[in-house]
Design a protein around this ligand. Structure first.
Ligand code: ADP
Ligand code: MG
Length: 239
């Protein structure tokens, strides 16, 4: 689903990604952990071309990322992204948010999108909020709507960038619950998070990034119980 080789990215003089390689199979769930500023968000943003890579190659589901302009829409349709700050459209209802992209991009008729939207709202436990506006929802509810909105495009890959970092602690669980369910259903996912419990339980693979590089990767057990690199141990507070 993802093949990324020697990805480098520089902002001005600052080298933020220093040769990232990642191969990800369909249905795999990868959790990326690492300190603030290590390049995790930049990496996710390169995957769906919100940032142009400096050098290296990325292909998603067989499509080369960032080569020809015409394929960008197709790429974005295959990738759903969920951000820390929800990024819902404030002037649209919950259902309006969900059907906007599929209808605008003519993936579905409005009726189909409404039907799909209601299905998705049920899935994230918010069927009764369809006509509500985002500012009347809790953070956890907003994030569940954001997940439903991303799923409305029927993506093949979901990218999550610290989806629970802006939430009050008591609201984290409801969002992680939806993500767990999604993983169980076989969605291919890349999740940047500090939720180590989620990583242990859900990840097929955990990647530790620091200073623009993948320092270490392995099963949750490898990384959390038996990390090999000093920097990983330090990050996990095992030193
Ligand atoms: P993380 O998500 O791991 O915290 P980021 O990918 O957000 O890390 O950032 C990595 C580094 O790149 C940081 O030093 C950050 O300040 C810098 N950076 C990120 N985005 C930009 C940008 N658009 N312009 C300049 N510097 C950026
Ligand atoms: Mg980040």
């Amino acid at each position: 689903m993802i093949s990324c080789q020697s990805l480098f990215k520089t902002f001005n003089q600052l080298e933020v990604l220093k040769g990232i390689d990642l191969e990800l199979a369909e249905g795999e769930v990868v959790v990326i952990i690492g300190p603030s500023g290590s390049g995790k968000s930049t990496f996710l943003r390169c995957l769906n071309f919100l940032e142009a890579a400096g050098s290296g190659t990325i292909s998603i589901n067989g499509q080369a990322v960032g080569t020809k302009e015409g394929s960008l829409n197709k790429l974005r349709q295959d990738i759903g992204m969920v951000f820390q700050q929800f990024n819902l459209f404030p002037h649209m209802t919950v259902m309006g948010n969900i059907i906007e992209a599929p209808v605008l991009l003519k993936k579905m008729t409005k009726d189909q999108a409404l039907q799909k939207g209601m299905q998705l709202l049920k899935k994230v436990g918010l069927a009764e909020k369809a006509e509500e506006y985002p500012n009347r929802l809790s953070g956890g509810q907003k994030q569940r709507v954001a997940i439903a909105r991303a799923l409305a495009m029927e993506p093949k890959l979901m990218l999550f960038d610290e989806p629970t970092s802006a939430l009050d602690p008591e609201l984290v669980g409801e969002v992680l619950g939806v993500m767990k369910q999604l993983a169980k259903e076989g969605m291919t996912m890349v999740v940047v998070t500090h939720e180590m419990g989620f990583a242990r339980e859900v990840a097929d693979r955990v990647i530790f990034m620091d200073e623009g590089r993948i320092i270490e990767q392995g099963s949750p057990n490898d990384i959390f119980e038996n990390p090999k690199q000093e920097r990983t141990k330090e990050f996990l507070g095992l030193l």
